[in-house]
Design a protein around this ligand. Structure first.
Ligand SMILES: Cc1cc2nc3c(=O)[nH]c(=O)nc-3n(C[C@H](O)[C@H](O)[C@H](O)COP(=O)(O)OP(=O)(O)OC[C@H]3O[C@@H](n4cnc5c(N)ncnc54)[C@H](O)[C@@H]3O)c2cc1C
Length: 469
């Protein structure tokens, strides 16, 4: 067995074994490595197999692993839950996959200063549950928060439905412990909410997709848990009306935590997957959540109801209880899974446009899907102008795959034309690296390459992602 640069992998593995003392913290069998050749991205038939998978239990081990990787100039691909949708964890040049699932401790929750420290592999929902027990709140909520990790969220700058009111992961990162390409442990940022001390390196790492260093610990800002919340599900005969209602709600100085959108095909697919009585004949639905002081919630819900009807809503459902609210959220959160049942593969895109351009972008998605005869269900975060068209297809059908590639490029051209960009929250990874020159000038790309080179001169950290060399 050899690794990409012809060094004997046996030698590397024997050195890694000295660092990772437990047998099940290093995986070398073909079947084991095969599982790490994929993430949640549908990438087609080509197999990118890692040479070895390591599961370190502490930062010191991560540093030792990086020292070995640096000595032999072997790629290291960090992996949290592997749920990204941009091929971020695919080992394009083989090498070591470093899985963070055993870096899973919540180190501290500071109730007085509203901060917490967690290891990179802590699952987002677990952290949220722990801080909520103390009346605190960590708002970023990628829809798959039951499995996705804090490290993955930081590396992708993930957001989620609540981003409209509370912002995304980047707004909560105060400081990071990072292992560099050469195996040094560095601490950047800090643990104070205010911090203007030199270059903002911790924010540089947010969204860096494992290409600049390995995040091992994260210090996060928390906020007080809102006292109460309410969910509304609103149906429209036209997606334009839904989008106008969103703008109208905001112009009335109401700030819901969530303003999410599902189109007719999405509702139809979700209802087939898990029937909850979701009507399937409306063109669009908004999932609106409001939170805050209990006394204000009912008033806001009524105001939103009124605004929606004024904008031609056909039906406004205000969840009567937690069960109904959970059902609405289940429908929204299971949309990806529901679409995934239709055909062998789903490609989820992540175009973002200025909020008032949502109707044009939805039209562009529908027109492009029709032009290339593709099946698409569109959902997204209307309040943030962030749309997720989900294409279901069979990537083994090369002709269909080619049509999809053309459609995706046209969709991004449309988003850019409308003043938007390539990704609102899913990142660039391997999937969209080829489009980076559509949104960044040569000069900007050169600065990005300079940053990459200064942290990782030998290109061993997640090579082939974000930037094409
Ligand atoms: C059904 C579904 C719903 C989703 N919903 C949302 C959503 O609402 N909002 C949203 O923003 N995203 C969403 N995503 C995308 C993605 O799952 C999230 O962004 C998630 O936060 C990624 O976490 P992860 O642990 O799975 O990261 P991974 O997929 O394991 O890794 C993501 C990237 O980060 C790097 N990385 C991981 N850990 C580290 C680390 N410790 N140090 C350095 N680099 C690291 C990896 O190399 C990779 O490039 C969704 C995905 C799915 C499948």
């Amino acid at each position: 067995m050899t690794i990409s640069n012809s060094i004997s992998i046996d030698k590397v593995i024997s050195e890694l074994k000295l660092v990772l003392d437990k047998k099940n913290n290093i995986l070398t069998e073909y079947e084991e490595r095969f599982c790490y050749a994929y993430d949640a991205t549908a990438i087609g038939e080509k197999l990118y197999l890692p040479d070895v998978v390591v599961l370190p239990e502490n930062t010191e081990q991560v540093a030792q692993i990086m020292k070995i990787a640096n000595k032999y100039k072997i790629p290291v691909i960090t992996r949290g839950a592997g749920t990204n949708l941009c091929g971020g964890c695919i080992p394009l040049k083989s090498g070591i996959v470093l899985h963070t699932s055993k870096l899973n401790k919540i180190i501290s929750i500071d109730k007085d200063n509203l901060t917490c420290v967690a290891e990179a592999g802590v699952v987002v929902e677990k952290l949220q549950q722990e801080v909520e027990k103390l009346g605190l709140f960590y708002p970023p909520d990628p829809s798959n928060l039951k499995v996705s990790t804090i490290g993955g969220s930081v590396a992708l700058s993930s957001s989620g439905p609540r981003c409209f009111k509370y912002g995304g992961t980047k707004d909560y990162v105060l400081g990071l412990e990072v292992v560099t390409a050469k195996g040094k442990i560095i601490n950047i940022g800090g643990n104070t909410v205010k911090n203007v001390t030199g270059y903002n390196l911790s924010q540089l790492f947010v969204g860096s997709e494992g290409t600049l260093g390995i995040v091992t610990r994260v210090t996060l800002k928390l906020i007080p848990l809102p006292e109460s919340k309410q969910v509304l599900l609103v149906f429209f005969d036209s997606i334009d009306d839904a989008a106008t209602a969103v703008t109208d709600i905001i112009s009335h100085k109401i700030t819901p935590s969530t303003l999410d959108l599902m189109d007719q095909k999405t509702m139809d697919t979700v209802e087939q997957f898990h029937p909850t009585g979701l009507p399937t004949h409306y063109d669009a639905a908004l999932v609106i959540e409001i939170d805050g002081i209990a006394d204000t919630i009912f008033v806001q819900a009524k105001q939103i109801e009124e605004i929606c009807y004024k904008n031609n809503a056909k039906d406004v459902r205000i969840a009567k209880d937690k069960k109904e609210a959970d059902e609405i959220w289940f429908a929204r959160r299971s949309a990806f899974g529901a679409v995934a049942r239709m055909k062998p593969n789903v490609i989820t895109e992540d175009a973002v446009v200025p909020r008032n351009k949502i109707p044009q972008m939805v039209k562009a998605i529908r027109k492009t899907a029709d032009k290339y005869n593709l099946n698409v269900c569109t959902m997204g975060h209307a309040g943030d102008g962030n749309l997720h068209p989900n294409f279901s297809l069979d990537l083994r059908d090369h002709e269909e795959h080619e049509r999809l590639e053309k459609a995706i490029e046209e969709l991004f051209d449309a988003a850019i034309e409308l003043g938007g960009t390539l990704s609102g929250e899913h990142g660039i990874g391997m999937s969209k690296a080829k489009f980076m020159n559509k949104v960044a000038s040569n000069e900007v790309l050169e600065y990005m390459k300079l940053i990459k080179n200064s942290f990782d001169p030998d290109d061993i950290l997640n090579p082939g992602k974000i930037l094409i060399k």
